[in-house]
Write a protein that binds this ligand. Structure first.
Ligand SMILES: [Zn+2]
Length: 278
């Protein structure tokens, strides 16, 4: 898509911001290392999300009057229904994020379908029919987009190939879901996730805020979409809540920002798409 052809935002706003959360809880830890299921203190890092982090996050979103999208694994919804109900009570969107947070394996199509359907079932028990799908850890197979479309999702959020929403075309040429692309530059796990095996250390807020502000500045210049991806267990930690507030403050200093949920952005894209087709 040429630069000039990209979608414009509602109400004459210059750029769009989605504040999103992958509400993994313990599944973040056992999906990477199955032995963590038997290591309660490792898992407890994830428990911080539903127990404490989510409530701090919800309070802050209410204070800033920002709508958000929460992508929830089915396992997490089953284990922590009260936390998901709190998210819904605050009026935020709940989307699909797998079941056991299993990373999609292209060699295991049955496993991928099971994760999809069990996740849908668990959300349904809480009265949620999700419109958005985000695969754990941006994993995928050649089947994923077709599965997402066929299960009735409006949008997918897991590709990293643009800064504007677009429509997927499937291998057979048919219409796929709307894509709301993201990038690790606006993902808290890329900078605040600490793990003895993989992470070099803990970065100060100023470092992270610098990366995030630079990204927002150019997204605004380009009239693009910022798809911010956070985790209640990471951003909900005491010092990181300060980071979150400073970041929201910074974004709200622009009067031409459109804060929206994933569904609102995808619907705005569909409206744009219809005007292009006429
Ligand atoms: Zn996740």
């Amino acid at each position: 898509m040429e630069n000039e052809d990209h979608m414009k935002w509602p109400d004459g706003k210059k750029f769009a911001v989605m504040v999103t959360f992958d509400f993994d809880a313990e599944s973040m830890w056992f999906s990477e290392d199955p032995t963590a299921m038997r290591k309660p203190s490792i898992l407890s890092q994830g428990t911080y999300g539903p127990r404490r982090g989510i409530h701090k996050v919800l309070e802050t979103l209410r204070y800033f009057e920002v709508p958000a999208s929460f992508y929830v694994p089915g396992w997490t919804a089953d284990k922590h229904p009260g936390a998901i109900e709190a998210v819904l009570k605050h009026g935020h969107e709940v989307g699909h994020h797998g079941h056991m947070h299993a990373w999609i394996d292209p060699d295991d199509p049955d496993g991928e379908i099971e994760e999809m359907d069990k996740g849908l079932e668990a959300l349904k028990k809480l009265g949620v029919v999700p419109k958005g799908y985000r695969a754990p850890a941006a994993s995928s197979s050649e089947m994923t987009l077709e599965l997402v479309r066929d299960r009735g999702f409006l949008y997918n959020s897991g590709f990293l190939d643009d800064v504007y929403p677009y429509r997927h075309t499937l291998v057979d040429g048919s219409k796929g879901p709307v894509e709301l692309p993201f990038h690790w530059n606006l993902d808290d796990s890329a900078i605040t996730y600490f793990n003895f095996d993989t992470q070099p250390g803990i970065f100060p807020n100023a470092h992270i805020l610098d990366v995030w502000k630079e990204e927002i500045n150019v997204i605004r210049e380009w009239g693009a979409l910022a798809n911010i991806t956070l985790h209640p267990q990471l951003i909900g930690r005491p010092s990181r809540m300060t980071l979150f507030k400073h970041f929201l403050d910074y974004i709200q200093s622009f009067d031409d920002v459109w804060f929206a949920t994933g569904t609102q952005v995808a619907e705005a894209f569909e409206t744009f798409e219809n005007t292009q087709e006429q």
